[in-house]
Design a protein around this ligand. Sequence first.
Ligand SMILES: NC(=O)c1ccc[n+]([C@@H]2O[C@H](COP(=O)([O-])OP(=O)(O)OC[C@H]3O[C@@H](n4cnc5c(N)ncnc54)[C@H](OP(=O)(O)O)[C@@H]3O)[C@@H](O)[C@H]2O)c1
Length: 248
Amino acid sequence: MTVQIDSLWPVPADDLDDDALTAGFVRADRGDPWLRVNFVSSVDGAATHDGLSGGLGGEADKRVFDVLRRLCDVVLVGAGTVRSEGYGAMRLDEPAVRWRVAEGLPPHPVFAIVSGGLDLDPASNIFTKAPVRPIIVTTGRSPQPRRDALSAVADVLVCGDDSLDTTAMVAALSDRGLAQVHCEGGPSLFGSLLAADAVDELCLTLSPRLEAGDARRIASGALPEPRGLSLARVLRSAGTLMLGYTRA
Ligand SMILES: NC(=O)c1ccc[n+]([C@@H]2O[C@H](COP(=O)([O-])OP(=O)(O)OC[C@H]3O[C@@H](n4cnc5c(N)ncnc54)[C@H](OP(=O)(O)O)[C@@H]3O)[C@@H](O)[C@H]2O)c1
């Protein structure tokens, strides 16, 4: 049975089915570049439980997570998250594929991984089982031999000489027709995107639990000044809140 999700704001609605849930996240103009980031956090701000995000999210978070993947052109993830969470190929399930094809979209989004050191195995499932050729985003400082090895299994985009140029990255993705970017973290990549003011929307699942300890927060790194946000959406499933924020 699918877990119930209600909308509290801006349009109150009980028990959203998948179509209604999806409608709440659809962007009117797919050609208009949009970078959406999705995280789950405990109420006291922990982004991990035992070093992973999976311990924090429940079924409702998973429903939203799947909808966000279904809607995007490209899923963007930092290499740290890819390694720690054990990502495989970016392959959606059959209902999502059917929905995308009916909407005139390719069956699967592209998987784009951001990495400076390129410590990624070209023989991993991420590449060998990929339904679409993945993208690696890196900088001019990355080791050439690893770049060459990964070029055999992915398109390698060099965005920035010494450090990642996130503006160039978003432009390069958009130039490839990948305007709807969905970033699944992690905190370092989110921090880089925030520093460049590249984030259009934050989807944050607030899990009704306290973790204490010294777990990661959802963003790391430095910002010149705090960023204001506007509340765009409030979904609820039992004690879990799924919040949407855009730029103030
Ligand atoms: N709560 C949640 O929703 C959530 C979501 C995602 C992740 N997490 C958790 O976050 C933790 C991982 O944190 P993290 O900060 O390591 O994740 P991350 O941002 O995914 O990975 C950091 C790595 O990504 C690459 N990277 C990111 N930004 C870069 C930049 N500006 N320039 C060049 N390379 C860049 C680098 O890869 P290289 O090392 O290859 O150079 C860097 O070491 C894990 O415990 C994971 O479970 C939680």
